[in-house]
Design a protein around this ligand. Structure first.
Ligand code: FES
Length: 293
């Protein structure tokens, strides 16, 4: 494409090429997919190196702040997982994925807001009834959001017609999460919730179902709990002695002072850096963490 091509034109060219590849079948399709995967892997490796080098330098960090404001750079970093979309964007993308299925059954869903780890959704059409089909659709909304957005730990339905303020999805779900069911989806029992001290970091040496170690930290600020991989985004050092500022809602790495949002893991010191958040649930007074996603 010629230099100076606009963001919209570039995005359209990507969409058009992806649509053309989607029409291919058999060996040509596999070759196209392999080519795309190889090019993306090479680009990602180079971008990660560039971002790491910039982050390591004060002037470089300032430059990164400027760069991520550019829509093309932001798109590129997002595509390569170098910066994560904010929870609302990620939630809307997750709902977009299941929307065709919901519409196919005459239902629909909209994200209203996310607050304190709870996603509030409005349901319409066939999603908004008492039939088994509507309950199944609500379950798929909840599962899509919990799976795709670690910052969301619960989902509630805002009635689209006047009525009681909020209906917890749990009130219409009858499916119990058994330990076996949870384990089969990569969840492990972490710690009794009562043992997670407020305003502190609780470091846990968890184990994946296949026996590999899964060290995580659990952070509590008031009623809010969040789990992250026990490694700082700066130099991957452990965060067990990180400092929590409950008032500011931050977590500060003890090694070189990177400061993070304690609920989402977004780094406030370096743009694009983030802690790897793990989905967390409290079930019957125990904290469960999904160590395999
Ligand atoms: S390891 Fe350097 S700030 Fe955390």
């Amino acid at each position: 494409m010629p230099e100076g091509t606009s963001f919209e034109e570039l995005a359209k060219a990507v969409d058009d090429a992806a649509a053309a590849v989607a029409q291919l079948h058999g060996a040509p399709r596999r070759a196209a997919d392999d080519l795309r995967t190889a090019i993306e892997a090479a680009h990602r490796a180079a971008l990660v190196t560039i971002v790491r080098r910039l982050r390591a330098d004060e002037a470089g960090r300032a430059l990164l702040f400027e760069l991520v404001d550019d829509p093309m750079v932001r798109l590129l970093f997002s595509l390569h997982g170098i910066i994560r979309p904010d929870p609302a964007t990620a939630a809307r993308a997750a709902l977009e994925e299941i929307r065709p299925g919901l519409r196919g059954h005459g239902g629909d869903v909209e994200l209203v807001r996310i607050e304190e780890g709870t996603a509030y959704v409005a349901l319409s059409g066939a999603c908004n009834g008492c039939s088994m089909a509507s309950v199944t659709m609500r379950n798929s909304v909840e599962e899509a959001l919990l799976r795709a957005v670690p910052a969301i730990s619960s989902v509630e339905v805002v009635p689209s017609e006047p009525g009681p303020a909020l209906i917890p999805l749990s009130a219409v779900r009858r499916r119990e999460d058994t330990p076996e069911e949870l384990a089969s989806h990569g969840w492990v029992h972490a710690v009794p919730a009562a043992q997670v001290r407020d305003g502190k970091v609780t470091a846990l040496k968890l184990t994946q179902p296949d026996g590999r170690p899964a060290p995580v930290i659990v952070v509590r600020i008031g009623d809010g709990l969040a789990a992250f991989d026990d490694e700082c985004a700066h130099q991957s050092l452990p965060l067990g002695s990180a400092l929590v500022d409950a008032e500011a809602g931050t977590l500060t790495c003890p090694w070189h002072g990177f400061c993070y949002d304690a609920r989402t893991g977004e780094c406030l010191s370096a743009p694009g850096a983030t802690l790897e958040q793990r989905p967390l649930r409290v079930i019957a007074g125990d904290v469960w963490v999904q160590v395999v996603t």
